[in-house]
Design a protein around this ligand. Structure first.
Ligand code: SF4
Length: 680
């Protein structure tokens, strides 16, 4: 026992999808330090600077500690009874005047599975609508959509441990050293041990320095790169025909399509030298075992879901899936992006991705919850915002999310929030979104509640309460069950474990999950009734009908936004090592001192042409908005592109992003926006 601390509790990091296990140390009733758990399966004794300082935002003086009710242009403190009465009377008024579908809920990929499950039950059972979505809509919904259609399930096919066994890896549209630092370090170590690493990104990410090849395609041309790799694999005889014949469908149509994506043609589309396309394909195909790792640089595009299907094609045609060292690993952004969708905080599926229109599934939930449930799909997040502006949606309950800062086309988001008759926000701080709330409920951080998160390798891990929420703040589960009870629907949960027991009872992929079995190492779903989990998927067969994977013959199509005379540069957005998402938490820790403001990266040639020097304040204008930001001149960004993050409300980068979105999932095209940049 460390004498400096009164207690130490092992829990799971609330920031990114790596899912590091952390030791939270307390003294005098406060969390005073965090260190990595040596036996954490995803972090093996490591942590990053976000996790290490994560206790600091929890005790920040700006924490919400009492319910607030709007009064004029501001808010006044209220009791829980008063806040609940207001919520119930307004939601009942909207429901009786306009029907349940005039109300929508937004769950959070930062909240636990149990919180998200309770939130979707609140909307479906207590309100009577399937208008429930979560923020994975705006990050990895294309991954889930594509992997389910190509392979059968929504999650990574393997584990982080596969990186240790891979002879080669391709990282496309991800920057793990900044967004998933502990996984980034693992990739770096593997590369230092000899794993051949190929990085593909319009930005020269740090991992490129550890790789054997970096491809820098024009933003929005990932599909052409993937088709080019498949062309070379097929042309040079690397197709695993035995695997393709036994375990897949649709290869002939794909072979016909990829024949036209010669390296020269791909060079014309992407700007990547043909020789580099050839080399990258050979590195991947010649490796005994190889992984493909991707992030939001793949998904947040007009054809993001199609690029994920093309990534699956590459693995399938070479047979590199379903065995140690050969995995498809999407790097989930927030800690519980995987889980929030797995447990059904979605408008079209219950937990386990079973359709709301499926009679048998719907009846199983009705039997458990004792109320009739709608069979109609609800609104996605973009549809909620459009419906609010159009006057169809009258009330929203937003939990742990800040769409006014994180969603695209900020002016449209604000117009939607202002159009609502009634808005409830449940959060730990005031945010850009709470400015438009009628009632704000004070919630708990990940260090103040119990539950589970699911990391990027499908690992369900326990979250343990370390300290109590401050003041009048309550755990999210307590708030959601209380609101539901006040609306007349008793959920009957006494603790988070009760919720997981219900998820397990209703969801085949979670059938064997119990808190006792999760223990210190967690379990990777699907978990069989006897508790057996699945570090690797598809070892024997895929989970699509017939047991075979499906190739997707999808052509390259141009992005939704392209450079023009009026908007000659392409803005790419991303993350910084020191910050997380909207920055609500990291800007209230020591991370702020280490990275105090967003900056705009611009290539020296573009900067010189535009008379911009390092540190200058510049104006960035897109067809939908304008911001001012400090320039940083660097050759890490490709010519013709500029890069920034969206961690700071003072900058509000997403003012610039338009409404172009993934054609299948409505995930916004954050990664390609034509802009004009000039000195202020
Ligand atoms: Fe681990 Fe991610 Fe948390 Fe850093 S932010 S400690 S990498 S889970």
């Amino acid at each position: 026992i460390d004498q400096r601390f009164d207690s130490t509790v092992t829990t799971t990091c609330g920031y990114c999808g790596v899912g590091c296990r952390l030791e939270a140390h307390t003294r005098d009733g406060r969390v005073v330090a965090i260190s990595p758990a040596l036996d954490g399966p995803a972090n093996e004794g490591h942590t990053c600077l976000k996790g290490r300082f994560a206790h600091q935002f929890g005790r920040h003086r700006q924490r919400l500690t009492t319910p607030l009710i709007r009064e004029g242009d501001g808010f006044r403190e209220a009791t829980w009874d008063e806040a609940l009465r207001r919520i119930v009377s307004e939601l009942e008024r909207v429901k009786s005047a306009h029907g349940p579908d005039a109300i929508a809920g937004l769950a959070s990929s930062r909240a636990t599975n149990e919180d998200c499950f309770a939130m979707q039950r609140l909307m479906r059972a207590a309100i009577g609508t399937n208008n429930i979505d979560n923020c994975s809509r705006v990050c990895h919904s294309p991954t889930s959509y594509a992997m389910r259609r190509s392979l059968g399930m929504s999650g990574a096919t393997g584990s982080f441990a596969d990186i240790d066994h891979a002879d080669a890896a391709i990282i496309i549209g991800a920057n793990p050293t900044e967004a998933h630092p502990v996984a980034g370090a693992r990739i770096k170590q593997a590369a230092l041990r000899g794993m051949k690493l190929v990085t593909i990104d319009p930005r020269r990410i740090e991992l490129a320095d550890y790789g054997v090849l970096h491809l820098s395609p024009r933003a929005g041309t990932n599909a052409a790169v993937m088709l080019g790799l498949q062309h070379v694999v097929a042309r040079d005889g690397f197709v695993d025909h035995d695997f393709v014949d036994r375990r897949t469908e649709g290869y002939d149509e794909l072979a016909e399509l990829i024949a036209q994506y010669t390296p020269d043609e791909v060079q014309r589309i992407t700007g990547v030298p043909a020789a580099d396309i050839e080399a990258a394909a050979h590195i991947y195909a010649e490796a005994g075992e190889a992984c493909v790792i991707w992030g939001l640089g793949v998904t947040e595009h007009k054809y993001g879901s199609e690029v994920v299907r093309l990534i699956c094609n590459l693995a399938l045609m070479t047979g590199k899936v379903g065995r140690p060292g050969s995995a498809l690993l999407p790097m989930r952004g927030q800690n519980n992006v995987q889980g929030s969708s797995d447990v059904g905080a979605l408008p079209d599926t219950y937990s386990g991705y079973r359709r709301v229109g499926d009679e048998e599934v719907a009846r199983s939930f009705e039997a458990k919850w004792g109320v009739p449930l709608s069979r109609e799909k609800g609104y996605t997040i973009p549809q909620m915002l459009d419906a609010a502006v159009d006057g169809q949606l009258k009330a929203m309950y937003i939990f742990g999310e800040d769409p006014a800062q994180t969603d695209p086309d900020t002016h449209h988001v604000v117009a939607a929030l202002e159009s609502l008759d009634f808005l409830v926000c449940q959060d730990i701080f005031q945010t850009e979104t709470t400015k438009y709330a009628d009632v704000i409920l004070p919630a708990a951080t990940f260090l103040e509640k119990e539950g589970t998160f699911i990391n990027a390798e499908r690992r369900i891990q326990l979250v343990e309460p370390v300290v109590a929420p401050p003041g009048e703040a309550r755990t999210d589960l307590e708030i959601l069950t209380t609101v539901s009870r006040a609306l007349g629907h008793e959920m009957g949960y006494t603790c988070a474990e009760d919720v997981m027991d219900e998820i397990a009872a209703l969801t085949p992929d979670f059938a064997g999950v119990t808190y006792e079995r999760l223990g210190r190492s967690g379990l990777q779903w699907p978990v069989a009734p006897d508790g057996t989990d699945a570090p690797i998927l598809y070892e024997e067969e895929f989970t699509l009908p017939g047991g075979k994977a499906r190739f997707a013959p999808l052509p390259y199509l141009p992005p939704g936004s392209e450079a023009s005379d009026e908007f000659p540069l392409v803005l790419v957005t991303g993350r910084r090592l020191m910050h997380y998402n909207a920055g609500t938490m990291t800007r209230r820790t020591a991370n702020l001192d280490l990275f105090p403001s967003d900056v705009l990266e611009i290539h020296p040639d573009d900067a010189e042409r535009l008379w911009i020097s390092d540190g200058d304040l510049v104006s960035v204008r897109s067809p939908v908005g304008r911001i001012e930001i400090e320039a940083q001149v660097t050759d890490s960004i490709e010519r013709g592109h500029v890069f920034t993050a969206f961690h700071f409300p003072e900058v509000r980068t997403n003012v610039l992003i338009g409404q172009s979105a993934d054609v299948n999932t409505s995930c916004p095209e954050y990664k390609v926006m034509a802009v004009d940049v000039r000195p202020v």
